[in-house]
Design a protein around this ligand. Structure first.
Ligand code: ADP
Ligand code: NA
Length: 344
């Protein structure tokens, strides 16, 4: 089989929640389990991406360390996967600059993430007025840094959710522009589809579970105790319809609990609709109790590992240093080729 280079990243912006775990991080562990020894797995904590929004320096430093502890706690193995801080490898930013000089302005303007930032910054009274103090150049160009994150390792496969499809498409476009402008170098990275479960907010099931929602009751953190998990699930918004059925349109809260239960109790992820059959003659109370226990089962191991690892500063620093060295050794090969082709 062809050698795969798999790369994925996560921002160090606060404690990950159940949505991050079920939607992204658990897939990373699964990929590590399913991969062949020929595959190269790279998992990066993308501190430079976090800077597109204001960050408290002390908190960022702590979040970076805690994200590394989290990745180890959920089962990523530094002897199998290259786990590293993006900001420990300057090749990412070097390549990002080179690629930004090849990226058409118009392509970046069409990124839906940028368009939604732009929309957020429009003056409520005058739609044509943009409050430019809410926008920075990094928010506009970070998809190019993402392309560099991928291409600098000549990644062949990128496991990302559907919300990232457009950015991966841009990475492919940029790779192609480089190949046409200079001598061909990059293979085009493919999206690796992984079972993606979209987990909704426990308080407002019209929106996804998110780190940035102000109400911390709306999300289960990977660090939550059994007691906290039970309290949050007990107070999760459902509906006043008797019984339990799976109907995401009219019963988003109840359906979200079924989705969570299915994802927690089966590694392949049972569908919420299948789980509903077990609750035909039961109520919300029983469903919630089972959901809380299933989450506890899933998170107990990672939580205690995280608690142990977060204190092991020396070990975490060693893992980060070792990961960065391995990553840099790979990206240096690409950068030698890149510089040579460009005339640098
Ligand atoms: P957040 O929106 O909470 O800040 P991020 O944007 O940092 O999360 O996303 C990190 C990863 O977790 C991404 O791959 C994203 O697709 C996934 N993810 C985030 N929220 C959810 C969710 N509610 N359900 C499923 N996956 C999610
Ligand atoms: Na986000």
């Amino acid at each position: 089989a062809r050698k795969r280079v798999i790369l994925s990243g996560i921002q160090p912006t606060g404690t990950p929640h159940l949505g991050n775990y079920l939607g992204a991080l658990s897939n990373w562990v699964q990929l590590q389990r399913d991969s062949s020894p020929n595959d190269t797995l790279l998992y990066t904590i993308v501190g430079w991406h976090a800077l597109t929004l204001p960050q408290d320096p002390k908190k960022l430093l702590q979040s970076r360390r805690e994200m590394l502890a989290t990745l180890l706690a959920i089962g990523l193995d530094p002897s199998r996967s290259i786990i590293f801080h993006q900001d420990h490898n300057p090749h990412h930013t070097e390549l990002a600059w080179i690629l930004s000089c090849l990226t058409p302005f118009g392509k970046l303007k069409r990124m839906t993430t940028w368009k939604s930032r732009l929309a957020d910054s429009r003056n409520a009274n005058n739609e044509s007025e943009v409050n430019e103090s809410l926008l920075n150049a990094g928010l506009f160009t970070y998809p190019v840094l993402q392309a560099a994150d991928i291409l600098v390792y000549r990644a062949t496969h990128v496991p990302v959710g559907e919300d990232q499809t457009q950015h991966l498409e841009l990475s492919r476009d940029i790779a192609q522009i480089f190949n046409q402008t200079y001598k061909r170098l990059f293979t085009l990275p493919e999206q690796l589809s992984t079972p993606s479960k979209r987990i909704l907010s426990l308080k407002n099931p019209a929106t996804k579970m998110s780190k940035s929602a102000p109400d911390v009751q709306s999300r289960i953190l990977l660090t939550d105790s059994h007691t906290q998990i039970k309290a949050k699930i007990r107070s999760a918004v459902t509906d006043s319809i008797t019984g339990v059925t799976y109907d995401p349109e009219t019963r988003p809260g109840t359906s979200n609990l079924l989705t969570i239960l299915g994802a927690c109790t089966n590694r392949e992820g049972r569908e919420g609709s299948d789980v509903a059959a077990d609750y035909r003659s039961k109520g919300h109370g029983e469903l919630k109790a089972d959901v809380a226990e299933a989450i506890e089962e899933l998170l107990r191991g990672p939580r205690s590992e995280f608690g142990r690892l977060r204190e092991e500063r020396g070990y975490l620093d060693d893992v980060a240093k070792d990961g960065a060295e391995k990553a840099r050794a790979l990206s240096e090969i690409t950068m030698l080729d890149v510089r040579r082709r460009i005339g640098l």
